[in-house]
Design a protein. Structure first.
Length: 381
């Protein structure tokens, strides 16, 4: 007998596509992880941490040097003041931070407002924590349907999940939009759980605003980020959650019994990452901007319809006209016949809208993207 809890979700389609991609020897533009090396100074810091014997458990909610650095970074970059002793929890990736946060604040039957399209994980996060998702579709141009948003709130609403910059659609929420969300959350006494893992990957002078920094939001926001995307170390599994101390103490309890702690030597290395100069972040965004344009042009040339993302490293594209397959069938065709793996759009939607879309990542070497572009040309011939 299995639990009803696990009946409510399937295994990750993103990771399934990675396995299919390996099987067909395709180019993996499905799962968002870099195929290029991590920063050498960061790798050296991790190797030294192991040699220097940072090899036993760290404090369950995170090594002190890392929490101190996160606190400083949160103050300078996110304009959020978080006490390292009582308001920061280091987790096994933003993924664990998200699940631990949901388990810490949700009671069975509580409603959670989620914008659609949404990152795949939020479905299982809701299912495991017992939340009922209330989906609010973004408009075609990714703007907020204010009417739909305000009518999603009711007495049962406990939390709102936000993700900016957004995976999969690349939207970067503006300060005005965040203010609108904040006002509704204050009015209805709702907690925001915000996933800001792509906070440094922004284009065209877009600015990252953390909703937790807005007036009245400090005590009702759990701000989640991590090292995977900013420092190209998705396999290290180091993330964190910032929240006021009562929320943090609940998150820490869940985290403690889920994982005990994140890998100690890697936490030590991540503390040094937070001391990188500003130029590191400028270079990162510039590098991804070039990759964004490369993939965008290749997709347009192959007949896809898509928008340039404002942030993160994905493009959510409409399947070319004249292709008579839904997203699942077309993704399978692409991986086996074209040799390019993408994620079926339905992973990010509960509505039918996803059935006409695929998501591609451009977190890959230019040469990988160029080879994908060459293979995609075959589609329009
Ligand atoms: N966040 C990445 C993506 O959306 C990786 C997903 C995962 O496997 N955790 O592709």
């Amino acid at each position: 007998m299995l639990s009803r809890r696990v009946d409510h979700f399937v295994e990750s389609v993103i990771r399934d596509m990675t396995r299919l991609s390996i099987k067909h020897n395709a180019i993996n533009l499905a799962q968002g992880f870099p195929d290029f090396p991590a920063p050498p100074e960061l790798k050296r810091a991790a190797a030294s941490a192991i040699m220097d014997d940072y090899n036993q458990y760290s404090i369950t909610w995170g090594a002190k040097d890392l929490r101190d650095e996160i606190s400083r970074k949160a103050s300078e970059y996110n304009h959020i003041e978080a006490d390292p002793e009582s308001e920061i929890t280091v987790t096994c990736g933003a993924t664990e931070a998200m699940m631990a946060s949901m388990l810490a604040i949700i009671n069975e039957g509580d409603e959670v407002v989620v914008f659609e399209p949404f990152y795949e994980n939020y479905g299982p996060d809701a299912a495991v924590s017992g939340a009922i998702p209330r989906l609010v579709p973004l408009n075609e141009d990714n703007s907020i349907d204010e009417e739909a948003l305000s009518s999603a709130f009711n007495k049962k609403t406990r939390a709102l999940i936000l993700n900016t910059p957004n995976n999969p659609c690349g939207k970067v929420f503006t300060k005005r939009e965040l203010k609108l969300i904040a006002d509704l959350c204050i009015e209805h006494d709702v907690t925001v759980v915000t996933d800001e893992i792509y906070e440094y990957i922004l284009y065209d002078n877009k600015k990252h605003v953390s909703i937790g920094s807005l007036d009245g939001m400090g005590d009702r926001t759990i701000t989640i980020s991590g090292f995977s995307k900013t420092y190209s170390v998705t396999g290290w599994r180091i993330g964190y959650a910032l929240a006021e101390k009562n929320l943090t103490s609940a998150i820490r309890k869940v985290h403690d019994f889920l994982t005990v702690g994140a890998p100690a030597p890697l936490q030590h290395a991540c503390a040094s990452a937070l001391r990188f100069p500003d130029s590191y972040y400028e270079e990162l965004a510039k590098m991804y901007d070039g990759k964004r344009k490369l993939l965008y042009n290749a997709l347009i040339k192959a007949g896809f319809k898509c928008m340039m993302p404002e942030g993160a490293y994905y493009i959510l594209a409409d399947i070319p006209e004249g292709i008579d397959m839904d997203d699942m069938a077309f993704a399978r065709y692409m991986v086996s016949e074209v040799g390019v793996a993408a994620v079926p759009g339905s992973s990010f939607f509960r509505s039918e809208a996803g059935k006409h879309k695929l998501r591609f990542t451009f977190s890959k070497k230019d040469e990988t993207l160029m080879e994908a572009a060459r293979r995609l040309e075959g589609l329009s011939i």
